[in-house]
Design a protein around this ligand. Structure first.
Ligand code: NDP
Length: 234
């Protein structure tokens, strides 16, 4: 069997780094992207431990030019092999936002990072995706419109809800190639974003998420699932 190629964005820390660890442990060939590869020390150590199997490339998902660039660079790493798994993991949460004081700049960079980035990267890489590939958009329960009853982290919630719409549209656009696209909620996880008090460890969350991704069939493409495979309301 030929090797499986996976790409993870925002791979220098948190869930992105853990995805890389677990995908490597499964034997995947991993392309890990980070805004500042030279400062991605843990990722670079992981690359040194897996020579030829982990490639670190620069990518700021808010820069549409960078997304086109990475599409051009991929053949240098993959040759003519396709991509089997794309994990749009990079995300941004502004904390401490209060109604009446929400800054346009917060909304704008959250939109660029959480919604526009995953949509444009998937579009740019679509020609490289294998038949039957999977695209995972790291969303959040906080992006669920149905689940929202109180005011909190508005720029995050609004832009994750936009990401969920991107998931549905991408699922429709890629269905005829058997490509599945899902929004995932990782649980509340102890990362820089989730904070120390979060109940889930990144390893546990990612183990669950990869199991969920393994089991996603075409009938579940375009859905919103948590790390245990539960369907979440939009
Ligand atoms: P972290 O804040 O720990 O890590 C975020 C990652 O995204 C970092 O690698 C960061 O890079 C990267 N990133 C941010 N902006 C950009 C950008 N413009 N271009 C490229 N990379 C960028 O978050 P988590 O690991 O906790 O979260 C991963 C995903 O899971 C996110 O999408 C998040 O919204 C989602 N999620 C997390 C939950 C949790 O409890 N932790 C709950 C629900 C969803 P840099 O180091 O350069 O800033």
């Amino acid at each position: 069997m030929s090797r499986r190629n996976s790409l993870v964005t925002g791979a220098n820390r948190g869930l992105g780094l853990e995805y890389c660890r677990q995908l490597l442990a499964r034997g995947d060939h991993v392309i890990a992207t980070a805004r500042h590869p030279a400062q991605a020390h843990e990722l670079n150590r992981l690359a040194a431990d897996h020579p030829g199997r982990l490639h670190v490339l620069p990518l700021d998902v808010t820069d549409p030019k960078a997304e086109a660039e990475i599409a051009r660079e991929l053949p240098l790493v993959l040759g003519d092999e396709p991509l089997h798994l794309l994990i749009n993991n990079a995300g941004l949460l502004h904390s401490g936002e209060r109604f009446g004081h929400v800054a346009a700049a917060n909304l704008e960079d959250s939109f660029r990072t959480n919604a526009m980035g995953p949509f444009l990267l998937t579009q740019a890489l679509a020609p490289r995706l294998a038949e039957g590939a999977t695209v995972a958009n790291m969303s959040s329960q906080l992006g669920s419109i149905a689940g929202t009853t109180r005011f909190g982290t508005p720029t995050y919630c609004i832009t994750k809800a936009a990401l969920n719409m991107a998931t549905r549209l991408l699922a429709a656009a890629l269905a005829d190639r058997g490509i599945r696209v899902v929004s995932l909620h990782p649980g509340w996880v102890a990362t820089d974003m989730g904070g120390e008090q979060a109940p889930l460890a990144p390893a546990q969350s990612v183990e669950g998420l990869l199991k969920v991704l393994d089991g996603v069939g075409m009938s579940q493409s375009g859905s919103f699932l948590d790390w245990q495979g539960k369907v979440l309301p939009w």
